[in-house]
Design a protein around this ligand. Structure first.
Ligand SMILES: NC(=O)c1ccc[n+]([C@@H]2O[C@H](COP(=O)([O-])OP(=O)(O)OC[C@H]3O[C@@H](n4cnc5c(N)ncnc54)[C@H](OP(=O)(O)O)[C@@H]3O)[C@@H](O)[C@H]2O)c1
Length: 248
């Protein structure tokens, strides 16, 4: 995979940060994207470069068409080759809202990340991807689509749309040897969850067959596998990385 270029949206922190670090370890050239947190993005970029990785950091709001065009143009200029691996990971906060509280705008807020941004990005990369005949699209979903959590219909609905989209893209792009898969993390503590999450997540862990919370690395290893040559016959699939909390 050493000649490949990967874009991971929202990779300045959280799961995206570890995903991009693991891809960079596999000698993939990586594009780190963030929206507002320059300091965190710079820190991740430095870390990758200090470990010998080839990386750039590009600010862009991936829900905005002009920003997406600028992001893809800038990455093409830097690496002088198109993007081979697109990881749709970025997210805004996902508030828990009852059906009385939630509004159509709250649904749209989530759909901006699960449908609009992946589509805007796909439109910019699809032509060279079709020409290259070895490419990967990996959508980061969530186990909530299996659980159907109450007071969370905004996120559950938006992530569910991602599943149908993944399947349809896989069907349409398969003839170009482009694979499209979805990775569904379980509850995986990252910076935003704060300290002591393992203790407060006690009741969640009780229902998990492996009896513990996942780590960002668990998600990143699956993404890296799906991006590899070894995964060349896997497309249109949903990978649940949640210690067995769901199966479907
Ligand atoms: N962590 C979990 O427990 C869990 C569970 C299930 C699914 N997931 C999924 O995993 C993915 C990552 O979640 P996370 O917990 O790692 O999130 P996170 O820690 O909140 O990180 C979000 C990332 O997205 C970026 N971002 C936000 N809005 C953006 C925009 N408009 N344009 C570009 N980048 C933007 C942020 O950059 P800035 O900081 O610069 O704004 C940040 O890098 C999401 O798709 C989420 O639904 C996570």
């Amino acid at each position: 995979m050493s000649k490949k270029v990967a874009l991971v949206t929202g990779s300045s922190k959280g799961l995206g940060k570890v995903i991009i670090q693991k891809l960079a370890e596999s000698v993939i050239k990586v594009i780190l994207n963030y929206r507002s947190n320059y300091d965190k993005a710079e820190a991740v970029l430095r870390d990758i470069q200090e470990h010998g990785g080839e990386a750039i950091a590009l600010q862009a709001d991936i829900t905005d068409q002009n920003d997406v065009e600028r992001l893809i143009d800038a990455s093409r200029e830097t690496f002088e080759q198109p993007i081979d691996i697109l990881v749709n990971n970025a997210t805004d906060p996902q508030p828990e809202l009852s059906l009385e509280e939630v509004t159509w705008e709250e649904y749209l807020d989530q759909l901006q990340f699960t449908v609009k941004a992946p589509l805007l990005l796909l439109k910019e990369v699809i032509q060279p991807m079709k020409e290259n005949q070895w490419e990967r699209i990996i959508n980061i979903g969530s186990e909530v689509v299996e659980i159907g959590n109450s007071d969370f219909s905004n996120d559950v609905t938006a992530k569910s749309a991602m599943i149908g989209m993944t399947r349809s893209w896989a069907n349409e792009l398969g003839k170009y040897d482009i694979t499209v898969n979805a990775v569904h993390p379980g509850f995986t503590p990252v910076e935003r969850h704060g300290e002591g999450t393992e203790t407060s997540a006690h009741s969640y862990i009780k229902g998990v067959p492996l009896n513990r919370l996942g780590k960002p690395e668990d998600i990143a290893y699956m993404v890296r596998f799906l991006a590899s040559d070894e995964a060349n016959f896997i497309t249109g699939q949903n990978m649940n990385i949640n210690g067995g909390n769901t199966f479907g």
